[in-house]
Design a protein around this ligand. Structure first.
Ligand SMILES: Nc1ncnc2c1ncn2[C@@H]1O[C@H](COP(=O)(O)OP(=O)(O)OP(=O)(O)O)[C@@H](O)[C@H]1O
Ligand SMILES: [Mg+2]
Length: 396
């Protein structure tokens, strides 16, 4: 069901969501990068302190302030408070697991097993650093990325994903805003047209009544013809007025509606078009439709079919029950067909291959079927040079 104003509101909400999310992502990534910077800063401070100590050691020949070289081992080892590392000695014994959280409550043997599997993981990411013992023996230091580095690695991807999601949201907001605007133009134009036609029409009807009352002066058959045309204009006005408001659906006998319309159309199209209707639906079958608008759909599709056949050929309407309480109305012609490339385009507003076509007939038909009747309208099949079948699916 179409409610253009709702779409408009929804679209505003979407815009607010996009804006709020952008703000959140902006502040979030700012705070996050700030935290990363702080931690990097802390780490650099530690390194600089170590650097200062090393200098003190070099410049102070007596090593009074810097003591002995133990600061190298203790401070460097302590300085690594983040990088997970495991030392494996030349005898393949594991010692000094650093910054590694093991599962609690494991036996010694299980701990060993867990450490080995961690080492295997580490080896996949980085080849170990060799520790030369000077005796020809070698130990190995296995290590992994620090949490900081890991976060830094994922950060751009996370940001990209969020930005892509936001981009998509923004696109949706934008396109639904365009659709909402188009809706307003449609609906407004239709309402205005119906409104403007109303006055001259009632006056024309009055004139017809007047002519009917004076059969001496006005030929009755002419009055009849004028009345028919006025009635037709009334139907058109009523259609425009229905599309300009939310139309009401009513239970209608679908066989009757379609057969009356086929009779009406058959009289108006070229006699070289053989028009037929076959229905597999039960005679009493009713379907919820807005008759005025539904007739407009069938008319548009049939008119296109006649155009495609250049006035000569076969126009077949068939109706059948589909599963899930739906019915199908197929309209088949033996016309020029639609190329694969144009199959979807035929529903685009303004798409026409005709000299005098507006390219609006099918747009309108699709809109009436899908938005007002919650049904579907599509090209069921088409072959260039052979013909086309349009299918309308309705709930019923
Ligand atoms: N049965 C058909 N067989 C072949 N082509 C078709 C058929 N129905 C529609 N088309 C193609 O789809 C285009 C769009 O149809 P649509 O009814 O929307 O506009 P139109 O008929 O060109 O103009 P109008 O606004 O007057 O209806 C047509 O110009 C035609 O090329
Ligand atoms: Mg058309």
């Amino acid at each position: 069901m179409l409610k253009s104003f709702d779409i408009y509101n929804q679209n505003n909400i979407l815009k607010i969501i996009v804006a709020v999310n952008l703000l959140l992502v902006g502040t979030g990534s700012l705070l996050y990068t700030n935290r990363l910077i702080e931690r990097l800063e802390q780490r650099e401070q530690q390194y600089v302190q170590l650097y200062a100590k090393s200098i003190a050691y070099l410049v102070d020949p007596n090593h009074i302030n810097s003591g002995d070289l133990t600061f190298v081992t203790s401070e460097i080892l302590e300085a690594n408070s983040t990088i997970p590392a495991i030392y494996v000695d030349p005898n393949n014994e594991i010692s000094k697991p650093n910054n590694i959280t093991l599962t609690a409550g494991l036996s010694a043997e299980e701990t060993q097993r867990e450490l080995r599997s961690i080492i295997a993981d580490m080896r996949e990411r980085h080849s170990p650093v060799v520790v030369e013992m000077g005796t020809g023996e070698r130990g190995l230091v296995y290590y992994d990325n620090s949490p900081l580095l890991r976060q830094l690695t994922y950060f751009p991807y996370a940001l990209l994903t969020i930005l892509l999601a936001l981009g998509l949201l923004a696109y949706l907001a934008f396109s639904s805003s365009r659709r909402a605007e188009q809706n307003r133009v449609w609906v407004g134009l239709a309402k205005e047209t119906a409104h403007q036609l109303g006055t001259p029409l009632s006056s024309l009807m009055a004139w017809v009544e007047f002519m009917r009352s004076d059969t001496a002066q006005y030929d009755e058959s002419i009055t009849d013809e004028i009345e028919k045309d006025v009635k037709r204009l009334e139907t058109i006005t009523a259609r425009f007025s229905s599309i300009g408001s939310v139309p009401t659906l009513k239970d209608e006998n679908i066989n009757d509606v379609v057969s009356q319309l086929t009779d009406y159309l058959a009289k108006r199209i070229s006699t070289k078009v053989k028009m037929s209707l076959s229905s597999q639906l039960p005679t009493e079958k009713t379907v919820q439709i807005n008759r005025l608008l539904f007739e407009w759909v069938i008319e548009n599709i049939c008119k296109n079919a006649v155009d495609a056949m250049k006035g000569v050929g076969e126009l077949r309407l068939t109706m059948q029950q589909l599963p899930n309480q739906r019915i199908a109305i197929d309209i088949t012609d033996t016309g020029k067909g639609i190329s694969k490339a144009n199959m979807q385009k035929v529903f685009n507003p303004g798409f026409s291959t005709k000299k005098r076509g507006w390219g609006l007939g099918l747009t309108l038909a699709k809109r009436i079927v899908e938005e007002y009747h919650s049904g579907r309208l599509f090209v069921k099949s088409s072959e260039v040079g052979k013909g086309t079948t349009f299918r309308i699916v309705l709930n019923g």
